[in-house]
Ligand binder design. Structure first.
Ligand code: DQA
Length: 146
């Protein structure tokens, strides 16, 4: 059987992880997160396609490209969580299991972060677990595919 691929999507400003507000987002870089996700996914026989962009349309294109090519999506939409109906519609359109991840606990922060347009189309939402949240997301998908 062909190896299942998981799409890992990180939205705007997450390229700056490690130096961006470390008191909120921690010291781990995005490259380290992507490497940890790939290593854990490999233990379950899953490959990872990692995409980060600061541009909404690029994120949407990556989600569309997952259709027929990926088995599931792990996404931290960053601030687009709170604004983007277009990203939510893209996720709905590809009909794949989605896990939404936030490093910080968005519910314990400013009011405008409490609502995510993506959450209603996600199977699972993980917020506040830091980088480990991405690993929990891998485990969720791996358990589904087992
Ligand atoms: C975030 C939370 C968002 O509110 C914020 O805009 C981000 C990161 C998180 O991972 O905690 O960019 O998604």
């Amino acid at each position: 059987m062909t190896e299942r691929v998981v799409l890992l999507v990180n939205g705007p400003n997450l390229n700056l992880l490690g130096t961006r507000q470390p008191e909120v987002y921690g010291a781990t870089t995005l490259a380290e997160i992507e490497a940890a996700v790939a290593a854990l996914a490999a233990e379950f026989g899953l490959a990872v396609r990692a995409v980060q962009s600061n541009h909404e349309g690029v994120l949407i294109d990556a989600i569309h490209a997952a259709r027929g090519e990926c088995a599931g999506i792990i996404i931290n939409p960053g601030a687009y969580s709170h604004t983007s109906i277009a990203i939510r519609d893209a996720l709905s359109s590809v009909d794949l299991p989605v896990v939404e991840v936030h490093l910080s606990n968005i519910h314990a922060r400013e009011e405008f972060r409490h609502h995510s347009f993506v959450s209603a189309v996600a199977e699972a939402v993980i917020a506040g677990a830091g980088p480990a949240g991405y690993e929990y997301a891998v485990r969720h998908l791996a358990a589904k595919f087992a």
